[in-house]
Design a protein around this ligand. Structure first.
Ligand code: CO
Length: 236
């Protein structure tokens, strides 16, 4: 019942105040989060909760499939405010495995307006078609695309003029790509963090070669997608 939400709110505010009488006064006085979170709207990925942060500590932008599109006024406003006014130190693009948005972009069915929103993922899937076709299981392919999408959005963020301006001014700002698993509640770092203006784009990987990096211990699943950013310091 919708009314339950309002009574829940009364209880929640009362509990918070009982535990810390200054809690709301402190929060209302200023907002100085160090982190901007760009995540999926999926109700199972509550941003603050999964990283153990209180309100006031994480500036949050969520949309379907955690996109960072360079033409989206909503995203751009959040990004500029976070970088230039709040001066966050870290931008985290956090995807999640089994993302319905990514799955929808990979399927052929027309769903409506969302098809337009998801078109960058469809384009990414087309670009990676040969690599993805090597993964027989559809859900594994979806998960590989979820990772690839995070990496692509990290690139979008690092290419964004607000972010580039901040780096040019010497502002400390790191961009990270993470992925969350709804199955176990754990976040994996995709190790594509960028902390300064990237140099020229690296040479493209030959198309026929799947993007598998790292030593894979026997018996464990290989990490399927890792596309290195110019800053990446992996063994290649
Ligand atoms: Co999602």
């Amino acid at each position: 019942m919708i009314g339950d939400l309002l009574s829940n709110n009364l209880r929640w505010a009362a509990t918070k105040t009982r535990m810390d009488p200054e809690y709301f006064r402190r929060l209302s006085e200023q907002q100085t989060p160090e982190y901007l979170w760009i995540g999926c709207s999926d109700s199972r990925v509550p941003a603050n909760e999964v990283v153990g942060l209180d309100p006031g500590e994480l500036f949050v932008h969520r949309n379907v499939a955690n996109l960072a599109p360079s033409q989206d006024a909503n995203f751009l406003s959040v990004l500029q405010f976070a970088v230039e006014v709040l001066r966050v130190r870290h931008i985290i693009v956090c995807g999640h495995y089994g993302c319905g948005g990514v799955r929808a972009a990979m399927g052929g069915r027309r769903l409506g307006l969302i098809d337009h929103w998801l078109s960058p993922i469809r384009a990414l899937h087309d670009e990676r078609f040969e690599e993805m076709a090597q993964i027989a299981d559809f859900e594994t392919r979806v998960n590989a695309m979820c990772e690839a999408n995070v990496v692509a959005q990290v690139r979008n963020v690092t290419a964004n003029p607000f972010v580039r301006d901040a780096w040019a001014k010497g502002q400390k700002l790191e961009v990270h790509g993470w992925i969350y698993s709804i199955r176990d509640g754990l976040i994996r770092d995709l190790e594509v963090s960028v902390s300064r203006q990237p140099g020229p784009a690296p040479k493209r990987r030959p198309r026929s070669q799947p993007a598998i990096v790292g030593r894979v211990p026997p018996g464990s699943k290989p990490r399927l997608v890792h596309v290195c950013t110019p800053d990446c310091d992996h063994d290649h």
